[in-house]
Ligand binder design. Structure first.
Ligand code: COA
Length: 334
């Protein structure tokens, strides 16, 4: 009989440094009104000076392990979804593994803001194939390190954070279906050009600002509102469920207007489209597990609830996972 996988623990971490719209008004030619009406974002969190992606991830993993009632030695695979690793190599997952005293295989998955569903697919597949029993899946990013805080088109959107789940082998499936997709023809729409093998970070490139994230916002918006409903429907179909069965849609938290449009297109009650983008901004791969942990922590997720987790991002990539939540409510602090 094929083994199933389910989420048995969750934890997350948001840095304490808050960057609000009023502060951005003093940095670039923007306004709280523009940012709020176009994006819904009121504040975002920035990694502190000296705090790297692995530092954010470590706290999230510690919290997820406590929630699952497990220790670092119990884990047999660690997968970190990130596109802002501490450094090009080694993988951020190895840094997290060492900090937590784990001894399991550890590697990163770079699917940008779709990192969480991609990493969850790796974990679920390993468990279903019998190659792992307890996997930690992390989404962690400090993308603001790659943001030009003089560029108003991007600096208002992003924030930093990390979220992690423990996925364990189980008799009853919790992770029902996952669909992933990519279309590399859209690679130019959202990218960080310098710092890789194609364009090493030379002084000239750094002076030209090529290490910063650039984006075609309008095209990415159009892509997002098309791909999220389609991927959600596909994952629901693969799980033998329908939109009506969903207790929650948890989309990648990029922009409130995207969330509103997606909710309308799927015909879901806006109350069931989770959003806390007003206080996090776009935290890239951390976005979905942060959102899921917020739902769980605030007691809005009940055992048996069906949840769709849907991401999209650079690549272009997308991914949707349908999960039957099996953990009892909690009042743990976030
Ligand atoms: N403050 C004030 N004005 C701004 C601004 C800011 N922070 N950023 C852009 N503008 C200006 C533009 O320069 C433009 O001015 P113009 O008309 O004089 O040229 C005007 O606002 C409209 O810009 P536009 O890009 O058409 O706005 P928009 O309504 O499409 O909103 C985004 C821009 C970026 C908020 C929106 O396209 C978006 O959210 N896209 C998706 C981005 C995303 O999710 N990326 C991450 C994917 S993982």
């Amino acid at each position: 009989m094929m083994r199933a996988a389910r989420i048995t623990g969750i934890g997350s971490y948001l840095p304490s440094r808050v960057l609000c719209n009023a502060e951005l008004e003093r940095m670039v030619d923007t306004s709280d009104e523009w940012i709020t009406t176009r994006t819904g974002i009121r504040e975002r969190r920035l990694a502190e000076e000296g705090q790297a992606t692995s530092d954010l991830a470590v706290v999230a993993v510690e919290r997820a392990l406590v929630d699952a009632g497990l220790g670092p030695a119990d884990i047999d695979l660690l997968v970190v979804g990130t596109s802002s690793p501490d450094m090009i190599l080694p993988a951020t997952a190895c840094l997290v593994q060492a900090r937590l005293g784990m001894s399991c295989p550890a590697f990163d998955v770079n699917a940008a803001c779709s990192g969480f569903p991609y990493a969850l697919q790796v974990a679920t597949s390993a468990i279903e194939a019998g190659r792992a029993s307890r996997v930690v899946v992390v989404g962690a990013d400090a993308l603001t390190r790659h943001i030009d805080f003089a560029d108003r088109a991007t600096c208002v959107l992003f924030g930093d954070g990390a979220g992690a789940v423990v996925v364990e082998a189980a008799e009853e499936p919790g992770v029902l279906g996952i669909v992933l997709g990519a279309d590399g023809r859209g690679a130019d729409m959202l990218r960080i050009a310098a710092g890789g093998s194609a364009a090493p970070a030379t002084p000239e490139r750094l002076a030209a600002g090529e290490q910063y994230l650039t984006m075609n916002g309008n095209e990415v918006f159009r892509f997002a509102v098309k791909v999220i409903p389609a991927a959600t429907r596909e994952a629901l179909e693969a799980s033998g469920c329908s939109v009506e069965d969903l207790a929650w849609l948890v989309p990648h938290q990029a922009n409130q207007r995207i969330l509103n449009t997606v909710g309308e297109r799927l015909g879901i009650d806006p109350e069931r489209v989770f959003s806390h983008v007003h206080r996090t901004g776009n935290t890239s791969a951390a976005s979905i597990p942060l959102a899921l942990d917020d739902l769980y922590t605030s007691g809005r997720l009940a055992p048996g609830d069906l949840v769709a987790l849907v991401g999209f991002g650079a690549g272009l990539t997308w991914g949707a996972a349908v999960v039957r939540w099996t953990k009892a409510r909690t009042t743990k602090e976030m």
